[in-house]
Design a protein around this ligand. Structure first.
Ligand code: HGY
Ligand code: MN
Ligand code: MN
Length: 406
């Protein structure tokens, strides 16, 4: 059994790093709030008996030794947030993993496999528009040129790393040498578990996000002196494109498409917008269908541009493949859930996770925790301590059962 009170205390204390008056959390990578949050995680790891290190990209790694020559089991998630994010997204997964390690110590349980608990850097991609940084580095797929992505102030990931004392040229050293299996506990961020009235579920697969940045260039002109028919209004063109994005996504049952960020230049009341930039997030658990939807949206953007006399450019930010969870690991998680007397519910994750980057390296498994009203990426994000505790117990059991099979 895990220590529910300790887990609850850690969730509350971690949530204070970056807490805003909105009740949401701003804890973006390589910022003061996140550095403080990582120091707190390091403290919790050390109290749990883990040996703590930071790798070349800033992942926080807590380790327990195992039998000579055995590959480690990795349990990870993230503590960085979206703007005004909730206190469970990512953070619960990291703290639950630490709680499992602490309970192993309390109960004198020794695994045969080494254990690595990882708080991954920049899973959300909030600051630089390029996410899953830490798990890409650990999976050995982060490219040096990807560190050139810049935030809204023009600071690159590389510069931000140097600012906090990291050495970007060493990112290849973060690649994990061997891994026996990867586990992640995460809030569902949807409504399936709530509708099924269960606290915890088994993830079958993860829909990978495809992110683009669209820049629409028209002509800034006087709002009063320019007749409607001759305008090249970048914002009206972008607005038509964004409504069409919704219509295209609605044609595909399992697909979603979102425009979350938008900037207008020169952004004056009496100036026809000359340039608009907006983000595009397209997802479908089927990789080919996702690519087809992205193509359809790109063609629509060009057609609207020609019709309205504007120029559009689509820049690739990231495309992460959808992945399947390992069948054996799903079965082990199911056994652990049933042993708690809970109905085993399996579900796809519409949200992306660090787990995606491990699915090609080793067996990957995820445990979902019920989200109240399915709300996430919002200060109202909430999972009850009953649900957090039973899910962490399921993680504890899953780890013990998994270790016995390795
Ligand atoms: O975007 C996602 O799916 C995750 O929250 N990073
Ligand atoms: Mn998130
Ligand atoms: Mn997350």
């Amino acid at each position: 059994m895990i220590n529910r009170e300790r887990l609850e205390k850690h969730i509350e204390e971690l949530s204070q790093f970056g807490m805003q008056s909105s009740g949401g959390i701003n804890r973006f990578s390589f910022t003061e709030e996140e550095v403080r949050g990582n120091e707190y995680i390091q403290q919790c790891m050390e109290e749990a008996g883990l040996t703590v290190s930071f790798d070349a990209v800033g992942n926080v790694i807590g380790e327990l030794p195992g039998n000579e020559g055995k590959a480690p089991i990795i349990i990870g998630s993230h503590i960085d947030t979206v703007p005004h994010g909730g206190k469970f997204d990512g953070a619960l997964g990291v703290l639950a993993a630490i709680e499992v390690a602490h309970s192993l110590k309390d109960q004198g349980v020794q695994l045969t496999s080494p254990l690595k608990i990882v708080s991954f850097k920049d899973e959300e991609g909030t600051r630089f528009g390029f996410g899953l940084l830490g798990s890409r580095a650990m999976a050995g797929i982060l490219k040096e040129e990807e560190l050139e992505w810049k935030d809204d102030q023009g600071i690159s990931i590389k510069d931000a790393m140097i600012e906090v004392g990291l050495e970007p040229e060493k990112i290849n050293e973060a690649k994990v040498k061997q891994v026996a299996a990867y586990l992640e506990l995460h809030i569902e961020q949807g409504k399936v578990l709530e509708n099924e009235d269960v606290p915890v579920g088994i993830v079958t697969g993860i829909a990978g996000p495809s992110w683009k940045e669209v820049t629409v260039k028209g002509l800034s002109e006087h709002a009063g002196a320019t007749p409607m028919p001759i305008r090249q209004d970048a914002l009206v063109a972008a607005s038509e494109m964004i409504l069409n994005v919704e219509q295209i996504a609605l044609k595909y049952k399992d697909a979603v498409a979102t425009v979350g960020k938008l900037t207008v230049k020169p952004n004056g009341v009496n100036v026809i917008p000359g340039e608009v930039t907006f983000s595009l997030d397209v997802r479908d658990v089927d990789n080919e269908r996702c690519a087809k939807i992205v193509t359809e949206i790109s063609e629509m953007i060009q057609a609207v541009s020609e019709k309205r006399g504007v120029q559009s450019e689509i820049t690739e930010l990231q495309t992460v493949s959808s992945v399947q969870a390992d069948a054996k690991l799903q079965a082990i998680i199911k056994e652990a859930i049933v042993s708690k007397g809970v109905k085993p519910i399996s579900l796809v994750s519409g949200a992306g996770h660090d787990a995606m980057n491990f699915a090609s390296l080793c067996p990957m498994g995820m445990i979902f925790v019920r989200s109240k009203d399915g709300i996430s990426h919002n200060p109202l994000e909430f999972s009850s301590m009953d649900d957090c505790a039973i899910a962490t117990d399921v993680l504890y059991d899953t780890l013990i059962r998994l270790d016995q099979t390795l």
